[in-house]
Design a protein. Structure first.
Lengths: 346, 357
């Protein structure tokens, strides 16, 4: 009992701390940037924007409120959305597979999205579909890859973790091979493709936020609603079945939800690594393995971490932007090694 | 569907059903294997035959190139062509001294700018190979291809050239060609003067010295005309020159910056405090909003239409967007360091100062 009480208190404390951190990161992200506004000017513009709208004037250049409204705020929103989506999906994959290496891109979502986006960038007739051709094809590619992997790993209605992992790897490398082939045969668009693959939130707009939001929100709510079942799955398939959980169906549904959530995020932000892998691990260390706590905590911390990483990405070498994927991977790699070493000892 | 999936799970290898499947399956596999083998074999033979025929031409050509070089060892047999006296010695953009022993008759170009220079000098009829990126003039595009932005050594060797006009970055691929006896000159101009120098150098190496001098004269006059017309317009608008669709732009010291100065424009990428003072760097979207340029130039190689940019809500309030001064430009003709540079400058002038000419 005492242990449970402790866990609950820790959870509240962690959530409170991360929420405060997120709020701080939002403010930090809103007042820093490459435009040459001072922090004071940015603050004034931010306040004026909320009080009088984007045409407000004051002790700042008259474009400052518009810059905040059209550039910084949608970028903050997309970072939060993407970070939360990837972390929730990562936690859900790790839970359903009982595998610490599981991550949102397990079912080939990343390779599918990358191939879809590349085709949209290279094949010009497709651009007739409008400004959102690239995210649309990335989304279709991601979902198709996940579906393909799932089908390939299913024998007689039964899906095994090992076959899923293997077909995920196999489909992933096949799609990556096609992608590499497309990249060496294109000259004009190579740069655009590489920029997309590296991932980033540079081109964030409110439209993108509002397109991704419903998908991510539905996915998140569904996954959190399944938290109790995921806990039962952790006890092993046999045990879960005894307790009345159709483990096959539960896992399938969770995989679909997590892959769709990932796909929605990836379509607008490109491939951002390590967030979905390491955030659930950090949170598991802090709030424990109970998914009812782990999932919301991961979402919140993932949002905080990606927003922080993106703020560093766009300010560290301003005006040059560092692809945010470089920052998440550079910090995530060492962290993962640390985790591996300390866990061994435990 | 499930009916078909069941058998492997049943695992009864002795059932007749299973056996039939077993005996049937290898057949298409075998056929496929045989077909692939045949295909690979025939492809191999085809290339082998192609290579042998190429080899004969190579050796023939090699012997013909050997002949003039033995001639040039005798001092009396230097020939004068179009103002150049062969053998002629030039210094290329890598600072390397290259001797062209006789009037080159089989010229290969490994860059679009080199190709354009050769054709503008009137020696296009002696060009035997270009790259797949060489799209101008039209007769160049019809020639055999020797690679794209990477030169293909074998394809070049197969054409047995006596002169290769390459571009910076081709050095490694061209080393074997040079070792085989061809003269290799590398171009890498960074300024307008560099382009003039390259035209003069290629003219000397191909025996078109007079043509080169005339071309440089004409280009200088055209550039001066553009510069005068631009200066006459008075104010210099702030111009953002996009190199791609991720806001890479040209900073101080870049070729684009020189061109923008000639057309009397203020290059936003070269403005004080706007960048890392690099020749090329990425602009932050925020910075573009803050700089609020008068004119925004988008390359037609990265943008299909200006809608992609104008429709971006981040940039909707920019002065250039509101005043409809976002212009799609033919960036190939503007930035390709070849003989059409004056033509490109005129287009740039028209975009920055409409009606100046």
């Amino acid at each position: 009992m005492r242990l449970v009480g402790d866990r609950r208190r820790t959870y509240r404390l962690v959530m409170l701390a991360v929420a405060a951190g997120l709020l701080g990161a939002v403010v930090l992200a809103a007042v820093t940037g490459a435009a040459g506004l001072s922090i004071k000017q940015s603050f004034a513009a931010l306040l004026a924007l909320f009080q009088h709208g984007s045409e407000a004037t004051g002790d700042f250049p008259d474009w400052a409120p518009r810059l905040l409204l059209n550039l910084r705020l949608p970028r903050i929103a997309l970072a939060i959305l993407t970070g939360a989506a990837l972390s929730t999906a990562g936690a859900s994959f790790q839970g359903t597979f009982r595998n610490p290496l599981a991550e949102p891109y397990l079912l080939g979502v990343s390779a599918g999205a990358a191939l879809g986006a590349t085709i949209a960038i290279i094949w010009k007739p497709l651009s007739a579909l409008g400004a959102y051709t690239v995210p649309l094809l990335a989304f279709i590619g991601a979902i198709s890859a996940a579906f393909l992997v799932y089908r390939l790993a299913t024998f007689a209605g039964h899906t095994q973790s090992a076959s899923l992992l293997l077909s995920g790897v196999a489909v992933g490398s096949t799609l990556t091979a096609i992608l590499s082939f497309l990249m060496v045969t294109t000259e004009r668009d190579l740069h655009t493709v590489v920029v997309w693959l590296m991932g980033g939130l540079t081109a964030a707009t409110w439209t993108k936020v509002f397109l991704a939001l419903p998908v991510v929100a539905v996915g998140f709510v569904y996954i959190v609603a399944m938290a109790r079942r995921m806990n039962l799955l952790l006890m092993g398939e046999e045990r879960a079945r005894e307790l009345g959980v159709d483990s096959q169906r539960t896992r399938r549904n969770l995989m679909v939800a997590a892959s769709v959530t990932t796909a929605a995020a990836v379509s607008f932000s490109g491939l951002i690594g390590f967030i979905g892998l390491m955030v659930p691990h950090i949170m598991r260390l802090l709030v424990g393995p109970d998914h009812r706590r782990l999932l919301p905590a991961s979402a919140l911390f993932g949002a905080f971490l990606l927003l922080l990483a993106d703020t560093v990405a766009r300010t560290a070498l301003a005006p040059q932007e560092i692809p945010v994927g470089i920052i998440t991977a550079a910090t995530g790699g060492p962290f993962f090694l640390y985790l591996l070493r300390t866990r061994r000892g435990a | 569907m499930t009916g078909h999936r069941k058998p492997p799970h049943a695992g009864q290898a002795s059932s007749p059903f299973r056996r039939r499947r077993l005996s049937r399956r290898p057949f298409p596999l075998l056929v496929l294997f045989a077909a692939v083998t045949l295909l690979v074999a025939s492809a191999f033979f085809a290339t082998a035959c192609g290579q042998t025929s190429d080899n004969t031409t190579t050796s023939l050509a090699a012997s013909t190139t050997v002949a003039p070089s033995t001639e040039t060892t005798a001092p009396s047999t230097s020939t004068t062509v179009g103002g150049s006296t062969f053998p002629v010695t030039v210094t290329d953009d890598n600072g390397k001294t290259v001797t062209v022993s006789a009037k080159p008759m089989r010229i290969v170009s490994t860059a679009p700018a080199s190709t354009e220079i050769l054709f503008a000098l009137g020696v296009g009829d002696r060009v035997v190979g270009v790259t797949s990126l060489c799209d101008y003039p039209p007769e160049a595009a019809a020639l055999p291809k020797v690679g794209d932005f990477q030169a293909n050594t074998e394809a070049i060797m197969a054409l047995s050239p006596d002169l290769v006009v390459g571009y910076s970055g081709n050095e490694e691929a061209l080393a074997p060609v040079e070792a085989a006896g061809a003269a290799v000159i590398i171009l890498n101009p960074a300024t307008l003067d560099g382009i003039y120098a390259d035209i003069t150098m290629v003219g000397a190496a191909t025996g078109a010295t007079a043509e080169a001098a005339a071309l440089v004269e004409k280009l200088k006059a055209d550039v001066k005309q553009v510069a005068d017309a631009a200066t006459a317009k008075g104010q210099a608008p702030k111009v953002f020159y996009a190199l791609d669709n991720t806001l890479w732009t040209a900073g101080p010291g870049s070729f684009v910056d020189e061109l923008l100065q000639i057309v009397h424009a203020t290059n936003v990428g070269a403005m004080q405090g706007e960048g890392p003072a690099q020749a090329y760097f990425q602009f932050a979207p925020e910075q573009l909003v803050a700089a609020d340029p008068d004119v925004i130039l988008l390359p037609n190689t990265a943008y299909k239409s200006i809608d992609e940019f104008v429709g971006d809500s981040r940039f909707a309030q920019l002065k250039a967007v509101k005043e409809k001064r976002v212009i799609l430009i033919d960036d190939v003709i503007i930035t390709r360091p070849g003989p059409r540079i004056a033509e490109g400058l005129k287009k740039l002038l028209e975009a920055v100062h409409p009606g100046a000419l």
